[in-house]
Design a protein around this ligand. Structure first.
Ligand code: ACO
Length: 447
């Protein structure tokens, strides 16, 4: 797992002036002053605990709902500068990786810290390729879902069920066991996703093939039928591979935070990935790509765009422009830029998706509108990805599943890093209790 040494950020101002890297705080309640060390641009919240009004005081906590300004871990995997629109995996700009790598190369990079050499890459691909089959009982389990079950619901449940098929996976501190589960998860996610899709279509499952690349195999499992042969289009395979690279990791987002939170209890990786995927399912997170398509379909035509924008603005947060805005990016999302360019290439093969014009007009108006400009709302990764998925022939309900497949490598990289972190402990936030004081029980007749 990640062995790359991060460069320690320097503190030039402190070094030049001879000042110490510390924060001096004065508690107005007591008049006492405290010096809190600053390291890597942060103070440790636990250092606040010494600030007390008296011996019975628990000590000061920091309150940060939704983790707006709290670093929950130290990581060497993904770097984002939200103001500048920068995204890097292990130091490599996302634009270079998207142009020059395959998804499996990037997955290796995320997990092991370096791009693989030829031998490492061939072995890695071999491991993934030879773990794509799923247990026949798992297939039967998938059969039990209702015909109209959401593919994400099926994926989450099936991945969770895998922990019962591989009980050794509970041994999370054994590196060799961990590696085996990593191979299994990255290899089997596309198979489960494709089976979920086939189930929803009432079609027979198509088994994986070892002579195909990761994305060729996935498209074949999705679209081949017993009635005829299927050869995936090379441009669509490439587009899918790029989309997988762009979705592979995104530091401490909601799903990854869930992965780390569950993993911190030393839960097995299948249950942890299922939990992370459940977080991803939400419409404010990975579920947004599905919502974007619903929104574009609801708008219906370019002339109706201004009225929709007006509704969003007047809704004051009730109705959102899906695929817009991001907790971290307050400039463009670099992934959205790459996807927008790629959409044009995909449409040359598939024909233009008519919803693209509505999306372009929404973006054009929103980027000029004071409401969106003031709030720094730009298109995010989900704004254009759904249009490509739809053009490839993937039904809207399966979009988030296509996000979960590549994000699995990021979740597992973050999980491995967590387990090797000497500061690792079970994740357990504090709360500010505002409920009742102690009170006595009242029998039901007297309430
Ligand atoms: N459309 C309209 N207004 C919005 C949008 C939007 N998409 N996003 C944020 N705003 C407004 C909010 O109403 C709020 O306005 P206010 O200051 O007047 O109250 C302001 O912008 C700030 O919004 P927050 O919700 O505080 O921003 P936060 O960082 O918590 O949320 C989020 C980020 C969840 C991504 C949000 O922008 C959103 O809901 N976007 C739409 C859903 C979406 O596309 N999600 C995918 C994100 S990418 C990913 O997860 C893979």
């Amino acid at each position: 797992m990640g062995t790359v040494e991060a460069k320690k950020p320097e503190a030039p101002a402190a070094a030049a002036t001879g000042t110490r890297s510390a924060l001096t705080l004065t508690d107005q309640r007591t008049g006492k002053s405290y010096e809190i060390p600053i390291a890597d641009g942060a103070i440790r919240a636990i250092d606040l605990r010494q600030i007390k009004t008296g011996p019975d005081d628990f000590g000061l906590m920091s309150y940060d709902p939704a983790f707006m300004n709290t670093a929950s871990c130290k990581s060497r995997i993904t770097f984002i500068d939200g103001d500048k629109g920068i995204l890097r995996y292990r130091g490599y700009p996302i634009e270079q990786l998207a142009e020059k790598c395959t998804y499996l190369e990037v997955a290796y990079l995320l997990l092991y810290g370096e791009l693989p050499n030829r031998k490492q890459y061939d072995e890695w691909v071999q491991h993934i390729t030879y773990h794509t089959m799923i247990h026949e009982s798992l297939k039967k389990l998938m059969d039990a879902f209702n015909y109209d079950s959401h593919p994400m619901g099926m994926l989450i449940s099936t991945v969770a069920a895998m922990s019962t098929f591989y009980p050794e996976a509970h041994n999370v501190h054994d590196a060799a066991v961990r590696t085996k589960q990593i191979h299994r998860l990255i290899a089997k996610m596309p198979t489960i996703a494709a089976f979920a899709y086939k189930h929803s279509m009432g079609m027979p499952y198509v088994y994986p093939r070892n002579d195909l690349s990761y994305c060729e195999n996935f498209l074949t499992m999705l679209f081949k039928t017993p009635a005829e042969d299927y050869k995936p289009n090379a441009a669509l395979v490439k587009a899918l591979d790029v989309l997988f690279i762009l979705h592979a990791d995104h530091e401490q987002n909601c799903g990854t935070n869930a992965m780390r939170g569950i993993g911190s209890a030393h839960t097995d990786p299948y249950s942890s990935v299922a939990g992370a995927a459940a977080a991803l399912y939400g419409p404010l997170h990975g579920g947004a790509n599905e919502e974007v398509l619903k929104m574009l379909t609801e708008i219906g035509s370019v002339p109706k765009v201004p009225a929709f924008i007006k509704e969003v603005k007047e809704g004051k947060g009730e109705k959102r422009l899906m695929g817009f805005g991001h907790r971290v990016y307050k400039n463009f999302d670099p992934r959205a830029k790459i996807i927008k360019r790629m959409a044009e290439q995909v449409f040359e093969v598939t024909g233009r998706n008519p919803l693209l014009d509505i999306a372009l007009e929404l973006e054009r108006i929103a980027l000029q509108d004071d409401y969106f400009v003031k709030r720094k709302l730009y298109p995010n990764v989900d704004f254009y990805s759904g249009l490509i998925y739809q053009a490839i022939g993937i039904p809207t309900a399966a979009f988030t599943v296509l996000f979960a497949i590549p994000r699995t490598s990021g979740w597992l990289a973050q999980w491995g890093e967590l387990l090797e972190d000497p500061e690792e402990k079970i994740a357990r936030p504090r709360q500010i209790y505002l409920g009742s004081e102690e009170r006595n029980f009242v029998p039901i007749e007297k309430r």
